[in-house]
Design a protein around this ligand. Structure first.
Ligand SMILES: [Zn+2]
Length: 101
């Protein structure tokens, strides 16, 4: 049995998308999945985030997202400040909130 993978229901699909913990369809939010051998075939085992909250990967994903957003905000502010001084418009790709700089 493989390790769990974690993903968003939006834009991804694995097997029947029926949660093996509560029996309902996984339609939105995050879920985890892994491949499982069943009578010689590989099937996907899928579970809602809410049905496996003990999985520490969710908290790790949240922390990663927060760190990513913080980094992008800091990068945006730094690029906006640099652009103001040096007039380098190539930095526009990194500036998300010019007014906030
Ligand atoms: Zn469920």
């Amino acid at each position: 049995m493989g390790n769990w993978n974690h993903t968003e229901a939006r834009g991804s699909s694995h097997g029947t998308m029926r949660c093996t913990a509560c029996g309902k369809q996984v339609e939105s939010g995050r879920y985890r999945y892994r491949q499982k051998s069943k009578r010689g075939d590989w099937v996907y085992q899928v579970q809602h985030e809410a049905c496996c909250l003990e999985d520490s990967a969710w908290a790790a994903m949240d922390a990663q997202q927060v760190a990513h957003e913080k980094r992008m905000a800091e990068l945006s502010a730094a690029c906006a400040a640099f652009k103001k001084t040096w007039g380098v418009s190539e930095l526009d790709d990194y500036i998300f909130d010019e007014a906030g700089a």
